[in-house]
Write a protein that binds this ligand. Structure first.
Ligand SMILES: Cc1ncc(COP(=O)(O)O)c(C=O)c1O
Length: 384
């Protein structure tokens, strides 16, 4: 019944975990769900208030524009200027997305021909490789190893490009601050990547939804590299920064040619974002800095609590420099470990292998549960 492209997909990781959680809850377990990165804290009040007003405006009841309101894109441009010192043209260098997942999933359709290679990190958010497969492309894994600070080895990619003229990846997907490892990339890494991409005509899709969830200084945007805009775009999202995962709003910024390509795909598939959500998005982007400062403080405290419990039970991990994920080395089969944790503690974590074969041996824990539940999880772990 299903097309080959669906049949060849691995089960969507979180749908599978949902099944496991449901079975545990149905059997009466008080499940502490640390598997999904979905902020527990509600969207800030001023954003919700703007939504309530915006929903009443009749202009928002009609089809929105494909590329998003210019006012929303102007707010994105301001945000980039304030946070990263990057100047973007809102009319050609920014496109509104229905969450960054939507843009990431559609982008390969604009640039990848069947049989072309796309470099994707491993472990990684699973959407990159699925999107490449939907476009008929071939995802080729770049291992993210601890010994390389969970960065892809650009030296070996360059060496292969030099040695093999037939090996020409079309795109490269990257994500720093990184889900699931919590690693960050410095500006020098992005500089090296942009040089490589320009030299070999590779397009760069940098996925950056965690840029504001940092604990050691704001990690850079790839768009801060001079010349990045010739070859790169950056995906951002209001989901994690402003606790808006349910609202479905994000943006992609950078190369106007890439933006145009993604826009062509989108205009044939969706009809833009609800205007009221974009109005609320403007309020979010213009939030006072204290809003995100407060979130960082909450996540920092939760990370401390869980990190110390995980160390106490003998797992190997460092504190993340950014994101709300802990990436802990178990040394064994990650699915088995996750299963054992659920059975013995009622805690649900994501087995690292779900993010790719190089995630095997790790588990990912998200601190997007109330602090008292994180404390309870720490206690249950210590009693393991
Ligand atoms: C690395 C990464 N990219 C993109 C997304 C998608 O976020 P959204 O579609 O809510 O913007 C997520 C969500 O967890 C993520 O972890």
């Amino acid at each position: 019944m299903y097309a080959d492209r669906i049949k060849s997909l691995p089960p969507y990781l979180f749908a599978e975990i949902d099944g496991i959680k449901k079975r545990a809850r149905d059997s009466g377990v008080d499940v502490i769900d640390l598997s999904v990165g979905d902020p527990d804290i509600p969207t800030p009040e001023h954003i919700v208030k703007e939504m309530c007003e915006a929903v009443k405006r009749p202009a928002n009841h009609q089809y929105p524009s494909y590329e998003g309101k210019i006012e929303f894109r102007e707010a994105v441009a301001e945000w980039y200027r304030d946070l990263f010192g990057v100047d973007l043209d809102p009319s050609t260098e920014i496109l509104t997305l229905i969450g960054s997942k939507e843009g990431l999933a559609h982008a390969p359709l604009a640039f990848v021909n069947p049989g072309e290679i796309v470099l994707v990190p491993d472990p990684a958010y699973t959407v990159y490789s699925t999107a490449v497969m939907f476009a008929g492309g071939i995802p080729e894994r770049m291992p993210l190893l601890k010994k390389n600070s969970f960065l892809p080895d650009l030296g070996s990619i360059r060496a292969r490009l030099e040695q093999d003229p037939d090996w020409r990846p079309r795109l490269i997907f990257l994500n720093y601050p990184n889900n699931p490892t919590g690693a960050v990339a410095g500006i020098d890494f992005f500089r090296e990547l942009v040089d490589l991409a320009r030299e070999y005509g590779i397009l760069v899709m940098h996925d950056n939804p965690y840029s504001e969830i940092y604990f050691d200084g704001r990690p850079p945007s790839i768009l801060q590299v001079p010349g990045a805009r010739d070859v790169a775009v950056e995906f951002h999202s209001l989901s994690k920064t402003y606790n808006m995962t349910g609202w479905r709003i994000g943006m992609v910024s950078g190369s106007s040619r890439i933006i145009e390509g993604i826009g062509k795909v989108k205009s044939n598939i969706d009809s833009g974002n609800f205007g009221a959500v974009q109005d609320a998005g403007i309020a979010a982007l213009r939030s006072p800095p204290e809003v995100v400062d407060g979130l960082r403080a909450v996540y920092r405290e939760r990370i401390e609590i869980l990190h110390s419990a995980l160390c106490d039970i003998g797992l190997e991990l460092s504190k993340p420099k950014a994101t709300f994920y802990l990436w802990a080395w178990t040394g064994g089969d990650s699915r088995e470990y996750a299963k054992m944790l659920l059975e013995k503690t009622g805690i649900v974590v994501t087995p690292g292998v779900g993010f790719g074969e190089h995630g095997e041996g790790y588990i990912r824990l998200s601190v997007t549960q109330p602090t008292e539940r994180i404390e309870m999880a720490a206690e249950r772990l210590r009693n393991l």
